[in-house]
Design a protein around this ligand. Structure first.
Ligand code: ADP
Length: 546
């Protein structure tokens, strides 16, 4: 077989920072440091320091394939650590500090991290983890000598370590399939499982997602990744932003609406990326103060309620929705417009943006029924959503969970979805959250989004409660908006105009706050534990299934 006669140029993430250093060397990278002040640097400086970091790691004995954990917020040092590890063929491993401590210990032990680079704010956490998972590991604090704390731990200082190194260490040449990054799923069922990204999958994901129909990034963009680097590979932004030379604004550990809006205004942010829950508090501010320079948002990781789409449209911000998962590097679909949708009414256009969108190049989607039959794309049939492509996981770290692909390479996402004639995916539910009432399925997501679109509701979660006749019935746990008063009966009556009668929750419980998982999603498991057993349905037994 003859070969193509083009150069062999492995897709390594280090080539991204090389390019940013050469072509966008003076472009700014701004961080809200964990120590407090705003820190300004450039891609050229980050590239230089990433090589120093690589040399320091190598001096500490880190070898190709070793895991280098990061327990850190989004800052320039965290970016340097990713590229520094990759420079010497080591694997950056993002540890989500919001997980339970027992899960963090499990993850660090399972990954067998050699080194842990941690932010100052996590020293108390590290001290608590010392016995369960830190023995024999080198801990580097991502700070300067003046900030090093008194601690019983043996801690090294990042700035001192890298200052001692030259900045010209050549990059280790690797095959593009070499491992690059390790990220664990949040483990809402069972233990967390690791997804091991390759250099190739990371570069491909950045190449594919920076384009106009996904993130629309360019050197003129000012990009704010609110999604933490420890969640789902930070939607690839640590790769796609330097790939195009976009200005990067990193929010550190201050992710409240006031800090985020302040940073967006001061730094001229044009695009922000985050899960829906971060926007709940930011929307009233944006409404009051105007959008400023902010042009575009990509929101994903959980369903987006209609009120949020309408709010952003009213403020003049283009909001696209994305769907994906840790196992997909992580993005798979976005609500990019298609010419075939031009004839839709304004309301139908909004309906499309309430969906997860269509897969872009490199992602194939299909839905299958209970017997494995492929279902039609008619927006009516719902089934298990399956995906495949070069940025989709082939197996979990160390084989956890066994075989995850079928014979044709399809990966079951655990989501239940419909696909419409435009290829747009509508996520009905996570398979484990769907409410099975009288043999039919009620989408907890649709119920939550309908409730959250009531102006007096800030957030809502729908869970299944056992029912003697219907098997399961929905219970809605809701948080009222500040200062709002709304009764259970009023909310149920309002929902009556928006969802099928048999979908109406049997009970609404108002609470001050809803629990969220470590990745910002509603924690249905905690809600089921709290309310599932001791909250039997009321006299709504007569509600009919139609
Ligand atoms: P976790 O570790 O919490 O599973 P992921 O980010 O990998 O974190 O979660 C992926 C899941 O998040 C998807 O399988 C899906 O259920 C949900 N999800 C992501 N984006 C959306 C979206 N736009 N709409 C609805 N659900 C979404």
């Amino acid at each position: 077989m003859i070969q193509g006669s083009m150069q062999h140029w492995p897709l390594l993430v280090g080539t991204i920072l090389d390019h940013a250093e050469r072509q966008h060397g003076t472009q700014e990278v701004v961080s809200r440091s964990v120590e407090g002040p705003i820190h300004r640097t450039t891609y050229a400086e980050i590239a230089r320091r990433a090589r120093q970091c690589a040399a320091a790691l190598a001096r500490l004995g880190v070898r190709p394939g070793d895991r280098v954990a990061t327990l850190a917020w989004n800052t320039h040092r965290h970016v340097e650590a990713w590229y520094g590890a990759a420079h010497i063929g080591a694997i950056y491993h993002t540890v989500n500090p919001r997980l339970f401590e027992s899960q963090i210990a499990f993850i660090v032990n399972d990954a067998q991290d050699r080194v842990i680079l941690a932010d100052l704010s996590f020293v108390p956490l590290l001290e608590r983890l010392q016995d369960s998972c830190l023995r024999g590991r080198t801990i580097i604090l991502l700070t300067s000598a003046g900030h090093m704390p008194d601690s019983p731990l043996d801690l090294l200082c990042y700035e001192d370590l890298i200052a001692a190194e030259a900045d010209d260490l050549p990059r280790l040449m690797l095959p593009e399939d070499a491992p690059c990054g390790l990220c664990y799923t949040s483990g809402t069922t069972g233990d967390p499982k690791g997804v091991l990204y390759s250099h190739r999958s990371n570069v491909l994901q950045a190449l594919i997602t920076h384009g106009p129909d996904v993130m629309a990034l360019s050197a003129m963009s000012v990009v704010l990744p609110i999604v933490p680097m420890f969640h789902a590979n930070a939607w690839s932004l640590a790769f796609s932003a330097p790939m195009v030379g976009a200005k990067l604004v990193l929010p550190g550990n201050r992710l409240d609406a006031e800090s985020i809006c302040d940073l967006m205004r001061k730094e001229g942010v044009t695009m922000a990326f985050g899960v829906p829950s971060v926007w709940i508090d930011a929307i009233p501010r944006l409404r009051a103060e105007g959008r400023g320079t902010l042009e575009r948002l990509l929101v994903g990781g959980a369903a987006v309620p209609r009120a949020m789409v309408e709010d952003f449209a009213a403020i003049g911000i283009t909001m696209a929705q994305g769907w994906g998962m840790t196992e997909m590097s992580p993005l798979g679909t976005t609500t990019a417009p298609k010419p075939a949708m031009a004839g839709l009414s304004p309301r139908e256009q909004i309906d499309q943006r309430l969906k997860a969108g269509a897969p872009f190049y490199g992602v194939e989607t299909r839905i299958v029924g209970a017997d494995g039959e492929v279902l039609p794309c008619d927006d009516v049939h719902t089934g298990a959503l399956q995906v495949r492509g070069p940025c989709v996981v082939a197996e979990y770290w160390r084989g956890a969970g066994g075989v995850v692909l079928d014979a044709e390479g399809w990966f079951d996402t655990g989501d239940i979805a419909a696909i419409d004639r435009f290829g747009y995916v509508r996520i009905a539910d996570r398979a484990k959250d769907v409410i099975k009432s009288g043999g039919e399925w009620i989408s907890s997501i649709d119920l939550e989004c309908a409730a959250a679109s009531h102006p007096a509701i800030r957030e809502a979660a729908a869970i299944a409660i056992a029912h003697p006749r219907w098997g399961e019935r929905p219970l809605l746990v809701a948080v009222r908006a500040a200062g709002a008063s709304l009764s259970e009966a009023e909310l149920i009556a309002w929902l009556g105009g928006r969802v099928a009668k048999w979908w109406l929750p049997d009970r609404v419980i108002f609470v001050a706050d809803l629990p969220h998982t470590a990745t910002g999603k509603l924690d249905k498991r905690a809600l089921r534990q709290q309310y599932g057993a001791d909250c039997p349905p009321t006299a709504e037994d007569n509600r009919q299934h139609c």
